[in-house]
Design a protein around this ligand. Sequence first.
Ligand SMILES: [Zn+2]
Length: 225
Amino acid sequence: MNVAFDAHCHFYESDLPQGVGGVITNAAQYTDWAKVINVADSCGGIYGAIGIHPWYVQDIPDNWGQLLESHLINNPDLMVGEIGLDKNRPDTEKQIAIFIQQMHIANKTKRGVHVHCVGMWPTMRQILTEHDFSSVPFILFHRYSGASGDIAWLIKKCNAYFSYRAIDSTGKIRAIPVDRLLVESDSSSPEQCTEWTAGMAQACGVPPDTFINNAKRMIKNGQII
Ligand SMILES: [Zn+2]
């Protein structure tokens, strides 16, 4: 029985592990894009997202934006990720510029976005307020660590979802409405999500398939299914 959906991973194999009904695999580095496109094509249940991660803004070609847009146009099921902002990494101004540009590309191509944000929530909120990203169908905030008070605003503003491991040191899980909560491995091993799904279901007092249904609804809103 497929009990888990890994909403945020970096999995580049063409067969889903046992017990896992679906994954969204994200590129981190620019050099991961081809791998993501290949595995997302190879098997039902593997969905892909490509983008420039805030840790890897240095080694990218000058025309990365054009390349990103053309890959998205050529692959209508592809999403944008993993993108975002990270205070613990260098080149803050470049991170911000690249994040904004990717959000505009996601908006133009109408793709869901997968966001990593560490220690820069006021900047993230400001960017999401000042720009028009209204054609982005959803944003998945992976391992959300911003203010609990911003959760309702993000859901309204960005059709936001939030993914965690069952045991998460940020302690935010209980602040997230259960219909917006997803399970993630953030690794190359989605099978870990079977155990975490059970743990999270128990912690939230809901059936384990809640999180699969949430992931499917999110993807469907993004017109991917
Ligand atoms: Zn990740």
